[in-house]
Each structure stands twice: as structure tokens, then as C-alpha cells.
Design a binder for this molecule. Sequence first.
Ligand code: ARG
Length: 443
Amino acid sequence: MLYRTWGNAKDEVVDYTNSVAGDQAILDQVKLTMKAHIISLYLAGVIAKDVTKELIKSVNSFKEIKEGYEDVHEALEDHLISQTGENGGWVGLARSRNDHVSTALRLKMRNALIELLTTMLEVREAIIVKAEENKDVIFPVYTHFQLAQPSTLSHYLLYIEEEISSRWSAIFSLMPLINRSPLGAGAIVGTNLKIDRLKEAEMLGFDDLAYNTLFATGSRSDLISPVLEVANMMSSLSRIAEDLILLSSNIVDVIDLPDSHVSTSSLMPHKRNAVTMETLRAKAGTVIGEALSLLAIYKGIPSGYDLDLQEMNAHYWNVMEESTSSLKVFKSAILGLKVKRELTDSKSLSTDEAELSSIRGKMPYRQAYFEVAKRIKEGTFESNLKARDSIKMKAVIGSPNPDLITEEIKIKRNKLKEDKAKLTSFSLKIRNGLNLMKVIEDD
Ligand code: ARG
């Protein structure tokens, strides 16, 4: 009953084109999609209730995709027919692998995004807690990787939090695009059987339809969007990883990464190599590569389903898995890092000195600036200020002054709480949809 009826495909051809190994990742979602389709056939009056139940039971018993099939969809249909006889053949009506795979991919991406977003919330929470404890710990910040002005560990941490929180909002905003149902769109123009696409969407916890049947089956742009945003986030994490590698190196030597995050050299016993951050930095490269692979495959495919689309599937999940695991490791590195010494250099106070002359001494800033610059060039610059004084003088919102950091933490905590609530209510809505299917299934 295999679809390949043009003659026996050679092993090398099947090996080359099948998606069995990759389909393992969407097995649960394919089964869910098939159950919604079976219920839909029942609601359309095509199959009787007992057949519906029998078919659903048979879907539930489908556990592994055996070798030799083109894909999970073919294997599942074969399983249904071998278990239920002729009745299994009904599932082929009003359905194509094209609308089924498209549905399963969106369901899987929805799950993967919920997991990623949950992990991002955990990282943000951890950062905020750590920021609360380090408002007075002096921390160096750089422009052009030259020591700039004194800051605090809290201020640096809250920068990271905002970087992740911005990406969180960007990624979450893509959910309504992802969470649309392609089911019922057939191979490309729908089907002659009047199935209820809206009902199918509701059963699968979708908010809306991927409306046009050509779009529903042949487009993957909605799935590419989160990958691009995730690559954006990974680039940010990679920059922080780079910071931590440099700050913990013996060149800068101001932080210690937790012991569990460093490994030593087989030859040089003194080494504390920042291996998790190096790995994260590389994985960001992998993720960017995956995003480029997707775009490069996608750009040449004529509209409508082509098997090229199947080649894209593994890239989505690689991006989501690598990024989620990177976030987890990142969180533990941040939580465990310690400031070893408060790097201070009187030159990093030169800006404060010039500002003081200008603000308090009422001197035009450029004049004050040149006076300080002259002292620096002559090697006579000194400052009575301490890094802590510098921090306390910072007067604008978002700066490292501990009082203002307290304010910033409050604001970031609130956003975190709101974001948690958004994700919880989104997940709950999905669960309600899926429960509806359970009710019909168990009826
Ligand atoms: N396995 C395919 C995929 O993952 C779906 C099958 C579509 N095949 C076809 N001949 N239309 O994209």
C-alpha cells in the first residue's frame, strides 16, 4: 500500500529522500493531527462513531516509524490499514501529507517555543535575583574593549536581562503567526469534502487558520521567523559569553567562572578554560548557520509543496534544542560567576572629573575635557574620587547608581511577571483546545 507505485524504488533513492529519521521529532504531533482529521471525518458524516473510535485507538498504538517508508505519514496510514482493515483507508480522504506535515510542524514549533520562552523566563529571574545582590560590586565596562567608566555587576547583569527580555517579547509576538492551523488544506487547494477547518483548528489549540490553502500547505515563512529571532538572541548570548571568557582570562582577570564551567588542560595544570562559554559561542555560530540554511533552501522553491521543504525540518529543531540548552548552561554560568577583584583605574574616572568641573564648576564641557586630557597626557592626572563615588553620582534612569538600579529591578521584575502571565495564559488556552479533542475522543 506504499505510495510509491511507479515501480520498486531503489534503496539508495529511498535512503536519499525518506524523512523517517527526522520525522521522529514530530511523531506526537503527526498523531495529534491525524486524530483531529479522523474526528473531522466523523463530524462530516463520513465515518461512523465506532470506526472513529477504532481508528483513534489505532493511532494511539502507533509507536515507531519502521524503516522502508517514505515518511511518518505513510507509515501511520499503513499502520491504520494493517490494524483496522479497509476502514483505515478512509483517513486518506480530504487529507494530504502536505497539510498534515505543515500542521505537525506548527504544533511542534509551538511546543519548542514554549519551552524556549520558559527557559528564557528562568534565566531572567536568575539574573534579577543576582542583580539584587550585587548593586555595590564594582564591575568594569568597556567600549572598544578599553576600560570606559566604572559600573556595577548589577548594572551589567540587568543589561543582559534586557537583552533577553527584548528577544522574549520579539519571539512571543510570533506565537499568533505560528499558532494557525493549516489542517484541511489538502495538498494545495483543499478538498471537495466539506470538513470544518475551524473546528479542527479549535481541537488542536490553534488560535486561527493559516487561511489560504496554498499558503497553508506550501509556506514555511512563519516557521523561519522564530528561527531568525532565536539566532538574534543567540548572537547576544554569544557576546556575553565572549565577555565572560575575556573577563575570566588572565589578561583581564576580574571574574571567576564556577568550577563546573571550566576545564583544565591535559598538559598545563594551571589552566581554567572557559569551555561552556566557548561552546556556547560556537553554538551561536551553528544556529546562525541553520538560519542561513533555511533561507538558502527556501528561496529557490517554487510556490506549493516541494520535497525541499522536508529538508528544512531538521534545521528548526536543531536551532530550538541548541538554543534552549545554551540558555540553561548560560543561566548556571551567570548564577555562579564571582567578581574576583574590583578593577579600578583612576583613568576610568577622568570623565567624572571633567563632568564635575563642568556641572559644578560651571565650565563648558569641552574646556573641562581638554584640561583633564592634558593632565592625562602629561601623566599628572589623579582623582580623589573612588569608583563608588562615580557610581553614586550617576543621575539618569538606567544608570548604575544603586538607587536607580533598585528602580530598574522593580521595573524588570514587573515585566517578568507580566511575561510569565502571558505565557501561562497562552499555554492554558492551548491545553483547553487539546482537552476539547480529548472529550470528543473519549466520548
Ligand atoms: N515527509 C514530507 C515532509 O516532511 C511530507 C510529505 C510530502 N510528500 C509529498 N510527496 N507531497 O515535508
